[in-house]
Design a protein around this ligand. Sequence first.
Ligand code: AGP
Length: 609
Amino acid sequence: MCGIVAATARREVSAILLEGLRRLEYRGYDSAGLALIDSDHNLLLHKRQGKVAELEQAQAMDPKYGCVGIAHTRWATHGAPSAANAHPHISGERVAVVHNGIIENNEALRAELQAAGYEFLSGTDTEVIVHLLHQQLQSSQSLLQAMQTVVERLEGAYALAAIDVAHPDEVIATREGSPLVIGVGIGENFLASDALALRQVTDRFIYLEEGDLVRMTASSLQIYDANGNRIERTISQLAAHEEATGLGDYEHYMLKEIYEQPRALAATVPATGAHDIADEAFGTGAAAVFDRVQAVQIVACGTSFHAGMVARYWLEELAGIPCAVEVASEFRYRKRVQHPGTLLVTVSQSGETADTLAALRNATEAEFISSLVISNVDHSSLVRESDLVFLTRAGAEIGVASTKAFTTQLVAFLMLTLVLGRRRNLSPEAASAMVSALHKLPDYVEQTLKLDPLIKDMASAFILRHHALFLGRGIQYPIALEGALKLKEISYIHAEAYPAGELKHGPLALVDADMPVVAVAPGDELMEKLKSNIEEVRSRGAELYVFADENAGFLDDPRVHVLRMPHCPELLKPIVYTVALQLLAYHVAVQKGTDVDKPRNLAKSVTVE
Ligand code: AGP
């Protein structure tokens, strides 16, 4: 989604702003822009539809320089992708604003400002903010005070940064519902919607809280909380290895991230105890909470939701705990009834997904005994607002298609199953077997990665297809869903997943020679049933791609292509099979020539509803 970068320094900052935008490209966007205040206190602007590279080209052709500036990548919500709708928006040739989020009362504000004589040049909700700020500056003592008054009129979610030629040394910023982080430099300060954008200039960050308002110059920082009180926020120092984001020798981030899984999975299992997992892996106070848990409610979106669906099988079968799973956008708006003693578990790679965050925020103490988040991003909003936290150690995930975040989420859920299960019917021997399986997981994933050339060959059969059907049974059904999601989001092939037993209840009507069918068939107790479903498909003339255990006894024939997967413990199969499906989607997308890491219309972090 949209990205913000801002800087105040004693040096020229246009290159820093552009590099920051480039680092935010992975979030998804359709236009970009920057505004600078030059040494003569003029407001200079570049805006382009399309990629940051086009903005860089505009800057190369017509350089604009300044020591204070704001920049933005926009993912269209209100108003089509265009240069006119790109941020920054300006008012009165003096104020410029960049904005992430949505201003819900923008229509009323627009009408009021138009009546006051303001002319609107864009179709965005953001433009009301810059005109309000300009209007307020006529009577305010300072840019800070003007912004303070403006935000009182805004309804919705926002992260904002503004500059004004009459206050040429400062950047003013505020957040409510969208993340914002200050990068603390020496004799210079920066601001961004993601620390990743500023790793080139600093390793010291202040993560702003909801309602914070900031005045930032090259040499000073003033932060005010939601009540207008001046406060100090803690500076966090990132270690040198954190957030390393280069592509290395890989062609795409997605491939790099698929291949990083053995390391990410190993890092996510705490080193402590060869036979057990400590409750404290989920935060201090976790043991007391876990003692009271009688049911689990999981809430998430997209791939993280699929992780929750897999977890339901583990929590109910192995830990004997009732578990419900729901997509956050539905959960948040529904009247709900919870079991007594329910633990709310949110799952989010980014920790900033708007619906998941809203679900956490509207969950009440009467419904849940506590909240736990499984996230990949420390300091994210979900992490800061949850009672208990499990941080997956996947490292920065740049590709829009989630890969290593998903498999590490599954590891987190296996550990949650273990700590809750040993309070119920999970024997110490079974718990110890789970831990030892977890320690072997990176090896099985390595073995699966070695199948990459075979999967690449298989992928070529999909590139001229418009549809694909994924089948799985039991715990592999959510894995089939995840395989279909990966394929559709990066290759734009319409892919659907069904529990194999549902075939005859409708989807079989779609099956013919043009519909490739992918079956996730690890060889568990549902194998024989799945084999009959596969026959049903084969007899309708479809080409079948079966991902099966090497010992499952599947035979190739001209229309049945079997990928023999390494034999591994049942428990690990959802994770191991996912890796093969990720590779399938990746190779189909590469062979189709799509933008694998930044698929059209999608954003990495969905911070608006
Ligand atoms: C995954 O490939 C997707 N791009 C998407 O479904 C994602 O998982 C979803 O938006 C949730 O994101 P989160 O994990 O950051 O909350």
